[in-house]
Design a protein around this ligand. Structure first.
Ligand SMILES: [Zn+2]
Length: 274
């Protein structure tokens, strides 16, 4: 199964905010999203990355405007989701499924572009979004204006999927396509309902661990950042156990990929040759 990741935007952060014992120098973080070609489900997106909807859309509330102004993501025009789909000969209407790993803006910003897609996401977390006020959602980093109005009608919740455990070093998860190829694995800590994706069928098993950490170094060297990063975590105490699970997976030959780590990976799209 072909799997690629693209970088929708660059975001700068001081290293010490994302790496315990780091320096004040700025690190240019990627904002990845994925695309894979499932034999039965067709082309499937993993999140959407940052798109202009999060940064300039008329529907943005005041907090989302403020958030865009603070983080100043620098959109990467070449690797925005629409031009990347075009590289593969696809239009947004060809996408029948988007896996939504969690509900932060840099993961859901482009959902409205995909009119024919079902959204594979945590229905439990969605239930909590609905139960919260707009202001409470903002405190969880969720900007509800970014969800398409019919999000719930197109939601395919994890709770309806078969639970499987395919490896001893990774907890069981939801078998997204009922064939063992892509397993949603809970990654508590960073955001409400965040899950990663275990791709078992690759030459080396890959766990896309999304935002479990910002930097692979923080994961590998056990350098989870403390305050103030803990302030924006959904459940700061869960970050370390989640990271320990990922380290076990690495130590048994697995590969871990993060959304924001700056180093290129073998799955990142090569720059387009013009
Ligand atoms: Zn996030």
């Amino acid at each position: 199964m072909r799997l690629v990741f693209a970088n929708s935007a660059w975001v700068n952060a001081a290293e010490r905010l994302i790496l315990r014992g780091g320096s004040w120098k700025n690190v240019g973080l990627r904002v990845r999203y994925g695309l894979f070609f499932h034999p039965a489900a067709g082309p499937v997106l993993v999140d959407t990355g940052y798109t202009p909807e999060a940064l300039s859309g008329d529907r943005r509330g005041l907090m989302l405007r403020l958030y865009g102004a603070l983080l100043k993501p620098d959109l990467n025009a070449e690797e925005q989701v629409l031009p990347v789909l075009r590289r593969f000969g696809l239009s947004p209407d060809d996408i029948r499924a988007v896996i939504v790993t969690h509900f932060h803006a840099d993961h859901i910003s482009g959902l409205s572009l995909f009119r024919n897609a079902r959204f594979i996401a945590s229905d439990a977390a969605w239930g909590r979004v609905k139960a919260r006020t707009r202001r409470q959602n903002l405190r969880h980093g969720v900007f509800t204006e970014l969800f398409p109005p019919d999000f719930e009608a197109r939601l395919e919740g994890l709770s309806a999927k078969r639970g499987v455990q395919t490896r001893e070093d990774v907890p069981g998860g939801a078998d997204l396509f009922d064939d063992g190829s892509v397993i949603a694995v809970d990654l508590p800590g960073h955001a409400d309902g965040q899950f990663g994706l275990l791709f078992n069928g690759l030459h080396r098993p890959l766990l896309y661990a999304v935002d479990a950490q910002w930097l692979l170094t923080a994961l590998i060297e056990n350098r989870t950042p403390g305050f103030p990063a803990t302030l924006i975590a959904e459940e700061a105490a869960a970050i370390e156990p989640t990271s320990a699970m990922l380290r076990r997976f690495l130590s048994t030959g697995g590969e871990v990929m993060l959304c924001h780590d700056p180093a290129p990976t073998p799955y990142d799209l090569a720059p387009e040759v013009s």
